[in-house]
Structures are given as C-alpha cells and as structure tokens.
Design a binder for this molecule. Structure first.
Ligand code: PLP
Length: 451
C-alpha cells in the first residue's frame, strides 16, 4: 500500500524504525521512541503529522536561508527537469545552469574567487579541496607541501576526507579517520578553554598555534589551513576579535592557502554574503553548500582564486562527481540567489533581523542557567553553566541539562540544537521581528522548565 502523509503517525514511525537508518542517531532507542514525522513547511514553521506547528530555529540543518515554501524554486526545478534533467560537464560538454551559476558565484564572491568546482554538498566539496590544494602545490613543484591544518571541534563534513579535516572526536573514533597529513590545532573557544586569559589574549594565543604548527611541521610541508569563519556544528564558537587578523597574517607569511569553509556562514548567515567578509579574511578557496540553494536541492562547491584555477588548469584534474553542477540543483540555486538578492535578504539580516536578535540574545546571559551568549548575524549560541563566575561545566552525558533543554524546546514546538554544554540557533534569514519574539517566548519557557 502507498505510504502517505495521511497515515497515522504510529504507523509511519513503525515503518521508519523498521527500514530507515537516521544519520547521526542511535537508531535503536530512536526507533523505540519514534521519530517526529515532518509533513510540510512554510516560512519558518514546520508542520508534523499530528498537525503541530514547530518554529524551526535551525533552518533545517543551517540551510533554509530563504525559508520554506517558495514556489519559485519548485517552478525552477520543474522547468529545468523538463528541459534538461541531467547532463554532466566531464567530457568536453557544459550546460547553461552550470555556466550561469558559476558566473553568478564569481560575481558574488569577494576578490578574485572566480572559478567554481561543483559538488553535491559540503562534504564532497571539502574532499575536492584536499585534492585541489595538494594538486596545486604538486603542480608548482612542491609535492611534499601536502599537510592541511584544521582545528579541533571543526565540522567539515561526513565523508572520510572531510571528516578527517573536521576535528570531531566522535567521528575520529570511528577508525581510519583522520587520513594522513591532516593536522589539528586548538579551537578559539574562550568560554571553555580560555582559562585566565582575556578573550583578546586567548584569540592571539590560539591563532599563534597555527604558526607554531607550521614551524614544527615545516613551512615546506604545510599546504593549507581550513576553518569555518564561525565554527557552527561545534557549537557556534565565535573567535575573539584578535584571532582572524593573526590567522591571515600567518597564512600570508608562510605562503599557506587559506580555505574558508562557508557552508554555514555563506549566503547571508552572518550579515554579509560570506562569513569571510564578516571576520575580515581573504580566503584562497571557499567551500559552499547549504544556503547556496537554501537546501531546496543538494548542491555545493569550491570557489577558487584565479591563480589556483590557472595552476590546476595545467594538468588533468582526476576528480569529479556524477552530480557536479547538476542542472536541476544549479537552476534551483540560481533562483535562490535571485531571491536573496532581489528581496535584499542579506540586508534584512544585517540591518533589521540580526540587530534585533542580538539585543534579545545577549540578554539571555542574565538567565541563571546561561554563561556566555554569543551571536554573529543569524547564528547564535549560549553556554549553559551551573556557575557563571568560574565558567563551570555541566556534565555532558545524555540525560543532563543540555539534553533536557533541547527536549523541552522540542516539546514546546521549537527546534533548537544542543552541542555539549551549548544551545544553538541558526534560523531562516527571513525571520520577522514577531517571529523572533515568538522564538524567545519558547526559548525562555523551555529554559525555565529545564532549571
Ligand atoms: N562544512 C560545514 C561548515 C558544515 O557545517 C557542513 C554540514 O553541516 C559541511 C561542511 C558538510 O556539508 P554536507 O552535509 O552538505 O556534506
């Protein structure tokens, strides 16, 4: 029989538990509990199979920047699927959606980031980056300059290559990760690791770990440094102001390529088109995905500067994906970028939504459970603490306060994520001021219930 939205929730959950393996989940317990069945969405609200309306303060997985339910994207997909549903760009062919999207991205991206290699998402794009930087240095006669430095607690994707770039302990514990020649330095998380230093001192100290690592590994061995402008999945970790200028100085001094992973920060999330602009860096490569299509179609890519494109262009780059530049996904992404631009959504974030959210968010630091409250544009976190003065930590096992808060939010029809001792949001960028008020009512209710 056909499985539809109209079936009873329990039946859908039973089928889900029997056959569907959820990513990043303990599928045994989840199957017993039953996953919440999301049936439709509009604007910033999801609807579940019981008819409950849920405020999605995570924009799906940090991706639905323009909000749900935009028919223009559905129409763009249908048009493209009828005209040319698939073709590749491997063997001396190309197509209009890939050309148009690459040209548009070159226009939007800062500096001379003018060349796009497409992938189906951020993980694939970061795998591409590993190949790109190693091929680049090899072509320049420095095949040994192949170590990529990343950061602990970074998230760069879930494939073996991208999870190796990432610094997630749980993923490294799965075996075979990281692959060779990836090196991790500490993250700039002042709340958790700053000790007695001021945030400014700590930011500098953590940036200088990059210089120390380069000196230790050898300048002629280090190919690139990769980082998210604001660490997202690690808990929305905002670096102190001293951090990024020092990172840029070190990359310049030692001729190390700087890769900005803009998968979350890109396309308006931080109040500029790219997070690199917000933190003031000049990357040589940017990883993009998520907000590129607002999650309506799977697409990502790497945008590289003129010099890298020229050097890579000298050789056969033995790399690519069936869905690199997929025409339907590219058409959807183009329509998404048109909406972001024409409806001035990045300006809405910068001038209207983010300032309003910031004032409310920072006031959360007065709540008894909350230590620091950090926010950049429309991504924000709070650190939960039993004692603000000593920046003490709650236990982080299941059943403890972070989980309780997250579950209370879920119960109050608010999707807010929990990472260790932090609660985070990354809502659709089209959130109105009254949506923000509604979100805060639910956040405060959930925090109070969790106390
Ligand atoms: N890079 C960053 C910064 C991310 O946050 C993510 C996903 O959350 C990825 C890469 C991986 O992207 P994808 O899940 O599209 O493969």
């Amino acid at each position: 029989s056909t499985i539809t939205n109209h079936m009873p929730t329990a039946e859908l959950q039973a089928l889900d538990a029997a056959h569907h393996m959820h990513p990043f989940s303990a599928n045994g317990p989840l199957g017993k509990e039953g996953a919440r069945v999301i049936t439709r969405a509009k604007g910033v609200y999801l609807t579940d199979s019981e008819g409950e309306e849920i405020l999605d303060a995570m924009a799906g997985l940090w991706c639905v920047n323009i909000g749900y339910g935009r028919d223009e994207l559905a129409d763009a997909a249908a048009r493209q699927m009828r005209e040319l549903p698939y073709y590749n760009t491997f063997f001396k062919t190309t197509h209009v959606p890939a050309i148009a999207l690459a040209a548009k991205l070159a226009e939007l991206a800062p500096g001379d980031l003018n060349h796009v290699f497409f992938a189906a998402g951020g993980s694939e794009a970061n795998d591409t980056n590993i190949r790109l930087v190693r091929t680049y240095w090899a072509e320049k006669g420095h095949a040994d300059k192949n170590i990529i430095i990343s950061r602990k607690n970074a998230y760069h994707g879930s494939s073996v290559g991208s999870a190796s770039l990432g610094g997630m302990v749980g993923m490294h514990a799965q075996g075979g990760i990281p692959i060779p020649n990836i090196h991790h330095i500490n993250q700039p998380n002042w709340w958790a690791e700053g000790g007695d230093m001021t945030p400014e001192e700590f930011g500098l100290a953590r940036a200088r770990e990059l210089e120390e690592a380069i000196q230790e590994l050898g300048e002629d061995r280090v190919a690139a440094f990769i980082a998210e402008p604001v660490q997202g999945a690690g808990g929305v970790i905002v670096a102190p102001e001293t951090y990024w200028p020092e990172i840029q100085r070190i990359c310049d001094k030692y001729d190390i390529l700087l890769i900005a992973d803009e998968v979350i920060c890109g396309f308006g999330r931080t109040g500029n088109w790219f997070g690199s602009q917000t933190v003031g860096i000049r990357p040589d490569i940017m990883t993009i995905a998520k907000g590129l299509s607002s999650g309506y179609a799977p697409i990502g890519g790497s945008i590289v500067n003129d010099e890298i494109a020229e050097v890579i262009g000298n050789t056969e780059f033995n790399h690519g994906y069936t869905y690199s530049g997929h025409p339907v996904a590219a058409a959807v992404a183009l329509e998404n970028l048109r909406i972001l631009e024409e409806e001035k959504i990045v300006e809405h974030v910068r001038d209207v939504a983010a300032p309003y959210l910031k004032q409310k968010w920072e006031a959360l630091a007065d709540h008894p459970l909350v230590g620091e409250a950090k926010i950049v544009g429309m991504m924000a976190s709070i650190a939960l603490t039993p004692d603000k003065a000593s920046r003490a930590k709650f236990a982080s096992e299941p059943g403890t306060i972070g989980y309780i808060c997250r579950d209370r939010c879920f119960g109050n029809n608010l999707i807010m994520r929990h990472v260790g001792d932090r609660l985070i949001i990354s809502p659709p960028l089209v959130l109105t001021l009254s949506d923000i008020d509604e979100m805060f009512e639910r956040i405060l209710k959930s925090l109070d219930e969790a106390q």
